[in-house]
Design a protein around this ligand. Structure first.
Ligand SMILES: *Cc1c(COP(=O)(O)O)cnc(C)c1O
Length: 375
């Protein structure tokens, strides 16, 4: 049996959780949460990072911080997770989907401008598989049209675009620490805030709309309700689990990269024969080996291949069904322009087993089954 994912555990998690319990500090914003925030701030050079209960909630916070109002429009790819869209739909916005590039499965930066109207407020690039969107072009459009940029960097922890860490480039960046991501706390995420002047409001929104954080810092003398907000801070128990992994971030990165590179090496003959397509990484991106996917000829071949691998004890999975084809996608969004690649490429893509500690023998076994299938 080769599983698709095994949640990461590097060894110190239990000790750190026990320490949080012994310290009698298990609600949010204790020592481990602070260490995690500081790790993200230092490793991404962003001015403020706040651990959240999920990436979903980090995107919701970003939508609140962007002051998204009913009737506003937000541009994003249709090939993404529901949370990217929900965060803005919850604020009453309409979602405008733009086609993706077939090489990276990311939003096609050259199609965004045509989708901008006088109601557009934000662009939400999703860095699929931890591979960066063309951020220079996206930032240039945002600047020219006065739009916010919210990076869905759920899959992009430790990835870079032209040397800049993903999540730190747009106004806001959102990380996921779900158990399926490279670094995990079970359920959790992080909001990255580029501009310092947005940090105070972010802290208020995260603390139920109160100025509790400022109160604890001694900056206000009473703690009161000052804005709309919710509870977006995770428990210390989860933060303790995550911190153990952040301390070993490079080791996890290197381990996954070794598996990723081995997949590419072993599958390249099939790609050269034109049987499958491998992921392509643009020159100016450093990816984080979040995912190894291949593309089959089409939906039927992919379904047969997933079934064939399953028969041999290997779990490979397809990924997003484009949001614009879903009932809520039709209700809350519209696809701008032609769907040249979103549907077609999403039907070809399948993800292979990938996790921290995946054995080279298992990678080799997966690759030889795939080769066998094409023979
Ligand atoms: C995983 C993921 C999310 C959601 O993350 P959670 O932490 O589970 O809320 C959002 N967007 C993308 C692109 C993801 O991959």
């Amino acid at each position: 049996m080769i599983k698709f994912n095994i949640p990461p555990c590097v060894g110190k998690e239990t000790e750190y959780i026990a320490r949080a319990i012994a310290d009698r500090k298990i609600c949010g914003d204790g020592a481990f949460t602070k260490k995690c925030n500081e790790w993200v701030e230092a490793s991404t050079k962003t001015s403020k990072a706040l651990l959240t209960t999920s990436c979903t909630h980090a995107i919701e916070m970003a939508a609140l911080l962007c002051d998204i109002q009913p009737g506003d429009e937000v541009i994003m790819p249709s090939y993404t997770f529901v949370s990217t869209a929900n965060a803005f739909v919850l604020r009453g916005a309409a979602v405008v989907f733009v086609d993706i590039r077939p090489d990276t499965m990311n939003i096609d930066e050259n199609l965004i401008e045509d989708a901008i109207t006088d109601r557009t407020r934000a662009i939400v690039p999703v860095h699929y598989a931890g591979v960066a969107c063309e951020m220079d072009k996206i930032l240039e459009l945002a600047e020219r049209y006065g739009l916010k940029v919210v990076e869905d960097a759920a899959q992009g922890v430790m990835s870079e675009y032209k040397g800049q860490p993903l999540g730190s480039i747009g106004d806001f960046g959102c990380f996921s620490f779900h158990e399926t991501k490279n670094y995990s706390m079970g359920e959790g995420g992080c909001l990255l805030i580029r501009d310092e002047d947005m940090a105070e409001r972010a802290e208020i929104i995260r603390e139920k709309g109160t100025n509790r954080t400022l109160f604890f810092r001694g900056m206000v003398d009473k703690y009161t309700w000052v804005d709309a907000g919710s509870s977006y801070l995770p428990s210390e128990l989860n933060a303790a689990y995550l911190y153990a992994q952040l301390e070993k971030a490079q080791e996890i990165f290197d381990d996954r990269m070794a598996s990723w590179n081995l997949y590419r090496e072993l599958l390249s003959p099939l790609a050269e024969d034109g049987k499958i397509t491998l992921p392509s990484i643009p020159e100016n991106c450093r990816h984080n080996a979040h995912m190894f996917y291949i593309k089959a000829a089409g939906l039927q071949e992919r379904t047969r291949l997933i079934g064939y691998l399953k028969e041999h004890g290997i779990t490979a999975v397809f990924h997003y069904v484009p949001l614009h084809s879903a009932p809520a996608g039709r209700q809350f969004g519209r696809f701008h322009g032609d769907d040249a690649y979103t549907t077609k490429e999403s039907e070809r893509l399948m993800r292979l087993p990938m996790y921290y500690g995946l054995k080279a023998d298992d990678v080799a076994a997966v690759c030889s089954r795939i080769s066998e299938f094409y023979r």
